[in-house]
Design a protein around this ligand. Structure first.
Ligand SMILES: CC(=O)SCCNC(=O)CCNC(=O)[C@H](O)C(C)(C)COP(=O)(O)OP(=O)(O)OC[C@H]1O[C@@H](n2cnc3c(N)ncnc32)[C@H](O)[C@@H]1OP(=O)(O)O
Ligand SMILES: CC(=O)C(=O)O
Length: 544
């Protein structure tokens, strides 16, 4: 029986955006906010309205969420009232249900960063929080540098928090801003704050991962009595990141004592979407998902060692701390042994290919995958390329056409308005139905803008494929990702292409080469072949 509510506060769109190299577009922020809402977090901190155009635009177009959308900002500056502080006004104007203001709780930062007397800082915080509460908004106060401040001057750190609480803050969030606190310290300090009379159900915890302890520190704070956790998806955040909600959420739902002690807004059903959401974020960021991420990483349930793999086949609990399906992940038993073949058969069955246990083709497919992955290919996401490779090995890949040669050129020249423009042109020669065909395509959209050499190649390749052209009419490229990776000893380019068709199917293919155009062409070729396999069926194989 659950007795207590524990609140989850997501700051992916604010602190997560403080990650070096991360800059979400407004549309991406909306997509992430919707995913977080479906997951069931209680608060979504959308950013700092007024600080930059994207954050302001996000709040203007904010999606309707069950979670409390929260605007972030800083407390008013000295020398002006809360009503007349333009930075605070921009935050309030976002018109969110909740507003979270950050203020200094370390005396050193007050005197050195802000350069104001300690009492004035307390008053700025009090007045700012009171202003938020007076507007009928839920006020949260992020006590910046709380743990370092508490260690130097506990009386002042607590005085600041108490001022915010008394001014109407629903939550006072203790921040380990520099990320250097360790779990035992966090536990002791949160316990002391509560012993000093602070209610635990008004205390939150915000940690950073500078010692790889952000999740542990968050749990330590909860153990000590805090009842709100702030964190981010995939642990994004300033410097080394924030507490990783992708690890915390399953821990709170699946592990004791948390599972029995707390209700969190996330249901077990929503938890099964966690891996997809984590990968969606990586996809938005064009990052390779970390294989070793707890719960959601591709290797989180990968059992490589022979002893593990064989026991897992008898009973998965022998080497798994939770069921991978509970977080939407999948068990992987990799390559080159009996267990690896069982896993491969499962993947083949998903692609509609039935292969008997013990069929030597299974070993051959595994060997080819291993060799290709060593060269830089990745079949984790490129399921369509995986299927083609397997079909080829099984003798089930029709020879629809043969590419004889191709060429692509990119030219910069002046147009009739005397403006420099690019023009990509591709030539592809294929043999299809016993006949050689040459297709030429330029790449531009309806407005005449060049769409690049890969687009030109895609158009030329599908332009005249005889009987197959009609089938490719409803196919288009929707995403194109390029990554420099290590293949063997050389750096190579890996291209992943996502394609879609009019039947709502989406599939991914991969190409690898030292040359980006060759890698793209290979991925394009796979994309077209997969579509033909699906829509022609085996009976229309045009074996030469
Ligand atoms: C711990 C955290 O992660 S908090 C979140 C931090 N996030 C960000 O900083 C990202 C968004 N920030 C911004 O875009 C900008 O910093 C802005 C728009 C908010 C302010 O920009 P500017 O006015 O140019 O100020 P700038 O960034 O140079 O410096 C911050 C100012 O705020 C003051 N300040 C810092 N914290 C606070 C606070 N809690 N309350 C009041 N003033 C504060 C600083 O003393 C400094 O003032 P100064 O210029 O008079 O010395
Ligand atoms: C507020 C915040 O992000 C911090 O103190 O780390």
């Amino acid at each position: 029986m659950h007795t207590e509510r524990l609140y989850l506060y997501d700051t992916t769109l604010r602190d997560g955006q403080q990650t070096q190299g991360v800059q979400f577009s407004t549309a991406e922020k909306i997509q992430i906010a919707q995913a977080l809402d479906q997951l069931g977090v209680d608060y979504i901190e959308g950013g700092w309205p007024g600080a930059n155009p994207t954050d302001s635009a996000f709040f203007d177009a904010a999606p309707k969420t069950s979670a409390r959308l929260t605007a972030f900002g800083m407390t008013k500056r000295s020398g002006r009232s809360a009503e007349n502080d333009d930075v605070l006004a921009a935050v309030m104007n976002a018109d969110t249900q909740a507003v979270c203001l950050v203020g200094k709780s370390h005396d050193y930062h007050v005197t050195h960063a802000l350069g104001i007397p300690l009492e004035e800082n307390v008053e700025n915080i009090r007045a700012s929080v009171a202003h938020v509460a007076a507007q009928g908004r839920e006020a949260l106060f992020d006590a910046e540098h709380f743990f370092d401040g508490y260690k130097d001057n506990p009386g002042y750190a607590i005085e600041v928090c108490r001022a915010a609480l008394n001014a109407g803050a629903r939550w006072v969030v203790l921040c380990d801003t520099n990320g250097g606190a360790l779990p035992a310290e966090v536990s002791r300090i949160v316990s002391e704050v509560i012993a000093a009379g602070f209610p635990g159900d008004r205390l939150g915890i915000h940690t950073h991962n500078d010692t790889e302890n952000a999740v542990a520190c968050s749990l330590a704070a909860v153990n000590a009595g805090a009842r709100q956790i702030q964190g981010t998806l995939n642990g994004l955040g300033e410097r080394c990141g924030n507490a990783n909600l992708t690890a915390l959420i399953p821990t709170l739902l699946l592990k004791e004592p948390y599972a029995s002690q707390f209700d969190i807004g996330v249901s077990n059903q929503a938890l099964a979407d966690l891996t997809r959401i984590s990968r969606m974020l990586d996809d938005i960021l064009n990052r390779v998902p970390s294989k070793q991420s707890a719960y959601v990483g591709a290797s989180a349930f990968a059992h490589k060692a022979g002893l593990h793999a064989s026991a897992i086949l008898k009973d998965p609990t022998t080497y798994e701390h939770v069921d991978p399906a509970s977080v939407g992940n999948a068990r992987i038993i990799p390559m080159s042994n009996q267990a690896g073949q069982s896993n491969l058969r499962k993947r083949l069955a998903e692609a509609g290919l039935t292969v008997d246990q013990g069929d030597p083709a299974l070993g051959h497919i595994l060997d080819r995958i291993k060799l290709r992955e060593a060269d830089g290919y990745s079949y984790d996401t490129a399921q369509a390329s995986f299927e083609l490779l397997a079909r080829d090995e099984l003798g089930q890949l029709p020879a629809f056409f043969e590419v004889k040669r191709y060429k692509v050129t990119v030219e910069r020249r002046k147009n009739k308005y005397n403006k420099m423009v690019s023009l990509s042109e591709a030539v592809v020669v294929v043999k299809v139905d016993g006949e050689k065909k040459l297709s030429v395509s330029e790449s531009h959209d309806e407005t005449g803008n060049d769409r690049g050499p890969v687009n030109a190649l895609a158009k030329a390749l599908s332009k005249d494929l005889g009987q197959y052209s009609r089938i490719l009419d409803d196919m288009h490229l929707v995403d194109f990702k390029v990554r420099i990776t290590q293949g063997g000893t050389e750096a190579v380019t890996r291209v992943i292409i996502d394609s879609e068709d009019g039947q709502g199917r989406r599939w991914s293919t991969v190409g690898v080469s030292a040359n980006i155009v060759d890698a793209s062409f290979e991925a394009l070729l796979d994309a077209i072949q997969w579509k033909l396999v699906r829509d022609c069926g085996r009976q229309s194989a045009v074996a030469e």
